[in-house]
Design a protein around this ligand. Structure first.
Ligand code: MSK
Length: 666
């Protein structure tokens, strides 16, 4: 469906206030955004592409397959199911590759840090020791850097491992899940190897059985979730600090008219952290003053934004769909980008203003931009070079418009460790109170909202889903651009409890947390795997992730990474709901994803189109799990027993929820 800045018949409305305000300004009238391009295309997407049945894997085609029509199979004989499964497998491989290449950089940065070759340091020694235990690294009497080098090298070896041992982090999963993976033989070996094997098996004339293709699809996705993404999250935490709750602000209103505005866009936090350090240096601040600015305002876009938001409280200006709008304010001196989710159009938008697009990674260069390679070995000097270029642009700033009232408070930093402490207390961090409140029905279950923004549905989609979930006592965990979008909607702050159902409200009030917990970037979905595992370990909610009253959604998925995440959730036993899947043109394969995987993994993909339908489906699935666990009756008591209602109304305490827990920086 098309979208429009002005609204048109059949178009999705732009509901985001800050976007609307910026696009209505004179300075933005020549700016072409994705909304304009969708409208200009004026045609719907290719049915073969949308349904997953266009095969371009060899030069006999391309072949466009129509399922069930004899003459419309591939020239090689490939059926719709084979073609769609191969395409889906390659989407998973591409998403995994993106996370993996990101993670490899983080591991190398971690080793360099431990060797004293970067301006960073090993900050979270507790987590370092936790990881040392998992990797079997001795800690007794050893220096933290020595331990870190050994862990880093073992982690790096996991990427290129050629033997048939499975990845180390898999042993963090519940025992039952590990057994399922063993039985299916889908435990990933080397991270890179699984991407290569996925590409090989989907080459012309190799794997031709969709269920078998998807076994490798799962193995590849698990190499992402429990392999590279988890390594990246943990090592980044150790280096830059495990996030703790802190206040921050989001939306375009975080830009400042009296400061040098620099937006950092992409995914790898090494660059963003170096920029944060450099922006505090005297010489950079002096230079900013010299050009007439009151300071340097570093803000984030997309998941780089989430990384520095979580750890430093640096404001996030925009998620994925707003990246062009940040530039259309005319108030940005430079957009500094690294890898992933950077639209080529930002360079075109920037041409209307004084803004430089600065690419910093040899992997990701763009036409009409400036390339200043970020050298990690000389991180501070590299970062200063980038900042200097941006600061010198300040004097060239012309008319600009910052929608200042669109600046929302958020409380972020809900790592797995933070949730553990908030709920259980400093000395007895535990998921017990969460489990107890799920069992007694105050919390109905856990809804995970992750992934991208997209122009296919209105930009309040995440908000509608989250409001419905929290209204029905479902605790929401969020990552990626979905989390930014929920921040813009005012739901990632404690005040949002007024929208929560009575049970969830009571728990959140007692603990002092929002009903929507921001858990980080898209790589940080691995935190959710660990949180789910801890809930299983704590007891009372079954013995596997597939037993939990929990479900995820990436309703506005855009990136291939979201599909890899979806598959590693499903292969880990967690159900997911997407708005569409590129498999609908292949009936048997599509059914396998939507139903057949239940027998294999205890979880399936689900599809629902409209936001409220997605939310209702999530609640329905949560209730099914509650019924299977036999805890649906408790919930009825919470909902309908008057004494319980009076009790809730007095705020007289919630089970075991620890009031001593919050380690607020807020
Ligand atoms: S940045 S992958 S649009 S979440 Fe992680 Fe956002 Fe999706 Fe990119």
């Amino acid at each position: 469906m098309a979208s429009s800045r002005n609204g048109c018949e059949g178009c999705v409305d732009i509901t985001c206030n800050s976007t609307k305000q910026v696009l209505q300004q004179d300075i933005a009238k020549n700016v072409k955004t994705a909304y304009d391009r969708i409208e200009a295309r004026g045609m719907s997407a290719c049915l073969f592409g949308s349904g997953g049945t266009c095969c371009r894997h060899c030069n006999m085609g391309p072949c466009q397959i129509i399922d069930g029509v004899d003459d419309m199979i591939g020239i090689c004989g490939a059926t719709a199911d084979t073609v769609a499964a191969r395409n889906f497998g390659r989407v998973i491989a591409a998403g995994t590759a993106a996370h993996t290449d990101h993670a490899r950089e983080m591991v190398k940065g971690f080793i360099a840090t431990a060797k004293g070759e970067t301006p960073n340091e090993i900050k979270d020694v507790k987590k370092l020791h936790m990881l040392a235990e998992i990797f079997g690294v001795e800690t007794e009497g050893r220096d933290k850097n020595e331990i870190a080098v050994e862990i880093g090298e073992l982690a790096l070896a996991e990427f290129g491992s050629q033997d048939d041992n499975t990845l180390t982090m898999l042993k963090r999963a519940p025992a039952k899940r590990q057994e399922i993976w063993k039985q299916l033989n889908v435990g990933p070996r080397g991270v890179d190897r699984e991407v290569v094997e996925m590409m090989h098996r989907t080459h012309m004339g190799v794997d031709q059985e969709y269920k078998n293709i998807m076994l490798q699809g799962s193995r590849c996705a698990l190499a992402d979730g429990w392999g590279s993404s988890m390594l990246s999250t943990e090592l980044t935490d150790i280096m830059f600090g495990t996030p703790v709750p802190r206040r921050a602000i989001v939306d375009l209103g975080v830009l400042r008219d009296d400061q040098v505005n620099i937006t950092v866009h992409g995914h790898e936090p090494l660059l963003a952290e170096a920029l944060c350090l450099a922006a505090q240096e005297e010489d950079m601040l002096a230079l900013a003053k010299k050009v007439g600015a009151k300071g340097i305002n570093l803000t984030g876009v997309c998941c780089t934004g989430n990384e520095i938001l979580m750890r430093r409280g640096i404001p996030v200006a925009a998620g994925f769909v707003q990246q062009e709008m940040a530039l259309a304010t005319g108030a940005v001196e430079a957009m500094v980008v690294d890898v992933q989710c950077i639209m080529q159009s930002v360079a075109e938008v920037a041409k209307n203003f004084h803004t430089d697009i600065i690419t910093t990674n040899y992997r990701a260069k763009m036409p009409d931009s400036i390339h200043l390679q970020f050298e990690e070995a000389d991180a501070l000097a590299s970062a200063k070079k980038i900042l200097t270029k941006a600061i010198n642009n300040y004097k060239k700033r012309g008319d600009c418009f910052i929608p200042e009232e669109t600046k929302l408070d958020v409380v972020v930093g809900f790592s797995h460790e933070t949730i553990n402490k908030m709920l259980g207390g400093t000395f007895r961090g535990s998921y017990r109170p969460l489990n107890d409140n799920i069992i007694n029905g105050r919390i109905r279950g856990v809804g995970v909202i992750v992934g991208c923004d997209n122009y296919k549905l209105a930009d309040d989609t995440h908000e509608i889903i989250a409001r419905e979930l929290i209204k029905n006592d479902v605790l929401v965990l969020a990552t990626g651009c979905a989390a930014t979008s929920l921040g813009r909607a005012g739901l990632v702050q404690p005040a949002a409890i007024e929208h929560a159902g009575p049970g969830l409200r009571e728990v959140c009030e007692t603990v002092g947390m929002p009903p929507v917990l921001h858990m980080g970037s898209c790589v940080d979905n691995s935190r959710i795997l660990i949180a789910a595992t801890e809930m299983v370990r704590e007891g009372g909610l079954g013995d596997d992730i597939s037993d939990l009253p929990a479900i995820g959604t990436a309703p506005l998925w855009m990136s291939e990474k979201a599909v890899a995440i979806g598959q590693y959730f499903v292969a880990s036993g967690a159900q997911v709901v997407f708005q569409n899947l590129p498999t609908s043109g292949a009936k048997a394969f599509n059914n396998y994803l939507l139903e057949g995987m239940m027998d294999t993994y205890g979880a399936v993909w689900n599809v629902a189109e409209k936001p409220l339908e997605i939310a209702k489906l999530m609640i329905e699935k949560i209730d099914q799990k509650r019924a299977a666990l036999g805890i649906d009756k408790q919930r009825e008591r919470v909902l309908f027993d008057m004494e319980m209602r009076r009790d809730l109304g007095t705020g007289s305490g919630v089970g075991d929820v620890g009031c001593t827990g919050p380690q607020h920086n807020v």
